[in-house]
Unconditional design. Sequence first.
Length: 270
Amino acid sequence: MKVQSINNNMTFNAGLTKQMKSEISACNVENIEKLFAKNNINTDFKNNKVLAWCSAKCFQFIKELNRKYNLNLGVPEGIFVEDFRDLKNINEYSAGFTNFAPAYLYRNKDVVVPEKTIFFNTNEIDWNEIDSIADKCFERGISTTDFFLENVLHEFMHVIHENNLLKKLGGEEVVKRLISICDPVYIDNFILKHSKSLSKICHYAASNPMETVACDLANRGVKSINKENLSVSGNIFKSSPYEKKLHIGINRKTKNDILLRQFWNGKFSV
């Protein structure tokens, strides 16, 4: 995704309120990193105020969901801002990426990156234009809304999904199943069978089961955020396929409801 740069005055389009713009401009990235460190989350935002502030807001949103609705949703092991050309086996133009298994991801560092680690890309992406990025992603069917926070929230939703899988299945089984859905034959069959239905969430949701859940959860998250102060305005799991006990009537369950529940629990068979 190539985004033209803007000036240092951070002129935003619709979406961010005046108060949010002010908070971003005034935020101290080092203090945000210290806040994450207190929660045992390693971070390096490379002094990117937009990503630091948005990540902090997503983290606070999830913490509030957990507290308010006793959900016990997972949080990241780490959050890093990198040029994706410095990473291995990752699309260098992707806006974000979540690592699902311990791996050596850096080209020039002998470092194992743990699971549930989020990366945000700086290669040809100017995050000061986060509103424009959100607009373009929505237009292209990569996201479910044009809300400025969705691209960041999407990666946190990957973490929530993987955390659920780890609790249910254990690390070895999760890795085994995630490897299986990366097979090109599986992906082709998945898209062929489910694209018509899952594209109702967004086009990107039909690319593989992990993206299906992340896109759907991000959409539910956006609908449950107070757009003025980014606080929680509703339970993202209420009347959803992710509830422990389904409260959706048997005649109201859609094909997507069934698929989302299966994918949430790690049942990825086509």
